[in-house]
Design a protein around this ligand. Structure first.
Ligand SMILES: Nc1ncnc2c1ncn2[C@@H]1O[C@H](COP(=O)(O)OP(=O)(O)OP(=O)(O)O)[C@@H](O)[C@H]1O
Ligand SMILES: [Mg+2]
Length: 187
């Protein structure tokens, strides 16, 4: 397809091929229970399209509270060797750090999932600069392979950050988690 580069990460593809196979929650946040069986089918499909080179990276994910975004991101990390899961707090905390091992890890990760974007009332310098730095690092590497998760839809994301960050986050594929708050459904 025009405009879509050779963005496929081999390890990500290999991981996605095993989507149907039950996996232990071996990698990040072991105390957060999750299973692929409860991930929205549309998210699985979009991941397959991304890794097949049929949709462009990065993937921006948004949706209402409790729709399963975080669990889906963690499930993805579970099956991709070398994947990183970073809450935005971590991005902010290292924003102005010299080029240390944290940024080295971000540069080399086969996949990075950044969660909890834009949760404060206003964007601050730490979140802004950390995120811009991360997105630019990923832009240099293997085809912007990353998943960025927020409650805010694209238009509000633009207001929260600005056009520069929005451009970097929204230049690939956008997926919305629909449905109800699954925390409430359980009660
Ligand atoms: N794949 C899954 N495996 C297991 N439980 C799930 C899964 N997806 C959703 N759930 C259930 O739904 C609840 C909400 O999921 P999750 O925390 O991923 O939502 P979220 O969209 O990230 O919410 P928020 O917008 O508040 O960050 C979880 O507490 C869990 O009970
Ligand atoms: Mg979440």
């Amino acid at each position: 397809m025009a405009g879509i580069g050779p963005t496929t990460s081999e390890s990500l593809q290999a991981g996605l091929r095993r989507l149907q196979v039950a996996r232990p929650n071996a990698r990040q946040l072991l105390d957060v229970p999750r299973s692929w069986g409860r991930v929205q089918r549309g998210f699985v499909d979009v991941c397959k399209r991304l890794t097949a080179g049929l949709a462009p990276w990065p993937l921006f994910v948004h949706g209402d509270v409790g729709t399963g975004k975080t669990r889906a991101g963690l499930c993805l990390c579970d099956i991709v060797p070398g994947a990183l899961y970073w809450p935005t707090d971590l991005v902010s905390a290292v924003a102005f750090k010299p080029d240390d091992f944290v940024w080295e890890a971000a540069r080399n990760a086969s996949l990075i999932v950044v969660d909890e974007l834009a949760t404060a009332n206003h964007c601050n310098d730490y979140e802004y600069n950390g995120l811009k730095r991360l997105l630019d690092i990923r832009d240099r590497g293997d085809g912007r392979v990353g998943v960025y998760i927020s409650n805010l839809p694209p238009d509000r994301l633009r207001q929260y950050f600005d056009d520069r960050i929005a451009s970097r986050l929204l230049c690939g594929t956008i997926y919305e988690f629909g449905g109800n708050d699954q925390r409430m459904v359980r009660q």
